[in-house]
Design a protein around this ligand. Structure first.
Ligand SMILES: [Zn+2]
Ligand SMILES: [Zn+2]
Length: 378
């Protein structure tokens, strides 16, 4: 059976234009116009790759569609040489089905449209940090991350940086859990982020964290050297997702100082819920503790709903660290009792400055046991 017609000039222009001159294989995005510009067509590395081959006996060929679609720009992808060969590799038939290739083409063309719809959009690397919280295992779909970054960032790399701590054998009620998880967090951070940031390979990080408070505070401490960081948290309303809803009046935060004269300071972080003093003093053997508090003007698990709220929180945290140091000295025994959304926990760790701020111990709420010391940062 004969081949379908070759793509004509109009079709070629449409394919090139919709692909914005870049290879449409995910994560490749090689520029393909340069050999054309140089005029050396023997070195041309750009291919018009058929999804349904123009030859019925070719890859994904079809007795009728091969002819009908051989000159249809929606059936043709712009590809670099290695990727054209990759998708037509007879050994990889199952991987590159018609629907998979159509989806690749669509995603590439959506991305081009998205880039031009907002000239201010910047690339960001997605970092997903997930650990057990109690019995609940959680995963953060990449599509949620993309939706959350909205018009501010596009994916710098289709493969997110994953710091997953779900494979470890212990649960967060186990005494070995925190040492194991925190060690894993630090080593993965060093390997996946610190070096790549110093090399200039990572420009901006979009952080999606879902883990117990002490882990998130440690993550924040690790991220404190980096300014180009945006934080995202999970929201349940109006529908579950990771985009900042930004649909409420701004949240305000106040610092309440504790009494002077003690070297022991407890700092309550009350945003998601109220923490009564008795729950804090229960963690101490004697009563000689000065209780400080950072408190939001509305309490609840879904009250923090914008990046502005988070930067207000950050300002009050910085002020509070300074005020505690002024009132109690840098050698104060500071302990933190958090009831905050995940993003506040990360931001708290990020705001702390070694040497300038007192070190602190982190207590976390454990059901039926109250606040338990989990980690210390100093
Ligand atoms: Zn082809
Ligand atoms: Zn390619």
């Amino acid at each position: 059976m004969a081949r379908g017609a070759k793509p004509d000039n109009k079709t070629r222009m449409l394919v090139w234009g919709r692909a914005a001159g870049h290879c449409q294989y995910p994560g490749c995005s090689k520029r393909l116009d340069e050999d054309l510009v140089a005029g050396d067509l023997r070195k041309n590395n750009a291919y018009l790759a058929h999804i349904i081959a123009s030859d019925p006996s070719g890859e994904r060929g079809d007795p009728t569609l091969s002819h009908e679609l051989s000159n249809d720009p929606t059936n043709i992808m712009l590809m670099c040489d290695p990727h054209h060969r990759e998708i037509d590799d007879p050994n990889k038939k199952d991987r590159y089905s018609v629907s998979v290739l159509r989806q690749m083409k669509q995603q590439h063309e959506d991305r081009v449209a998205h880039l031009f719809s907002n000239p201010l959009i910047k690339p960001a690397h997605v970092v997903r940090v997930a650990a057990f919280i109690g019995e609940n295992e959680t995963s953060i779909p990449l599509s949620d991350c993309i939706a959350a970054m909205g018009n501010e960032f596009y994916l710098a790399d289709r493969r997110p940086i994953d710091i997953q701590m779900r494979d470890i054998a212990t649960k967060d009620s186990d005494p070995d859990y925190y040492p194991t998880v925190l060690k894993l967090l630090r080593s993965k951070y060093d390997r996946e982020i610190r070096g790549r940031f110093e090399e200039g390979e990572l420009q901006h990080l979009a952080i999606f964290g879902f883990a117990p408070m002490p882990v998130l505070m440690e993550l924040g401490r690790l991220l404190s050297d980096l300014s180009a960081v945006s934080l995202y948290g999970k929201h349940r309303e109006p529908k579950p997702g990771w985009a900042w809803p930004d649909d409420q009046p701004p949240l305000g935060f106040s610092m309440f100082k504790g009494r002077t004269g003690s070297k022991k300071v407890a700092l309550k972080l009350s945003v998601s819920a109220e923490i009564v003093d008795e729950r804090v003093t229960a963690a101490y053997e004697d009563d000689d503790v000065s209780i400080w508090e950072i408190r939001s003007n509305r309490l609840g698990t879904s009250e923090l709903r914008s990046q502005n709220d988070l930067s207000e929180f950050r300002k009050v945290v910085g002020k509070t660290f300074d005020a505690i140091k002024d009132q109690h000295g840098l050698d104060v025994e500071l302990s933190v009792f958090p009831a905050v959304p995940t993003t506040c926990a990360i931001e708290f760790g990020r705001t702390w400055q070694p040497k300038a701020h007192p070190g602190f111990r982190i207590f976390d709420q454990v059901r039926e046991r109250g606040f338990i010391e989990r980690h210390s940062i100093n």
